[in-house]
Design a protein around this ligand. Sequence first.
Ligand code: SME
Length: 149
Amino acid sequence: MTDDEILLKIEELVNSDAPLDQVLRRAVEMIKQSRDYYDWVGIYLLEGDVLVLHNYIGEPTEHTRIPVGVGVCGTAVATRSNQIIGDVTKLDNYLACSPRTRSEIVVLIRRGDEIFGQIDIDSDRAGAFDARDEAMLSRAADLLARRFK
Ligand code: SME
């Protein structure tokens, strides 16, 4: 599927009467299938000052609750900016999910200043993510943001 086709499917899902829980799970499935180098795909939701893992596909992780400011995920919220990490082994503030992970992207689910959560993706390939991934995932995140108040 092309990016446009995937995004159209996510848009249909967001506009459907499916509950939020199902929308977020289906979105993770579709995003996981969109690139062969997306080895772990999950959505965290922001609850106060903590990111709570909603659902994921990939290896189990112990990082189901991440405080704002901690790790790549918490840094995205603290700095209110998407994160692309080409080589996670060079980071000090990093929470390892799998020892095979080499790169990571975090794209915020937000509307204006309000952050609802994030799409987090790990790849076993170094330098796997670039502006095209961020563009596609930002469009997906903007669609998902419509489901939050
Ligand atoms: N690597 C993330 C933690 C989430 S796991 O990758 C699933 C981080 O540093 O915040």
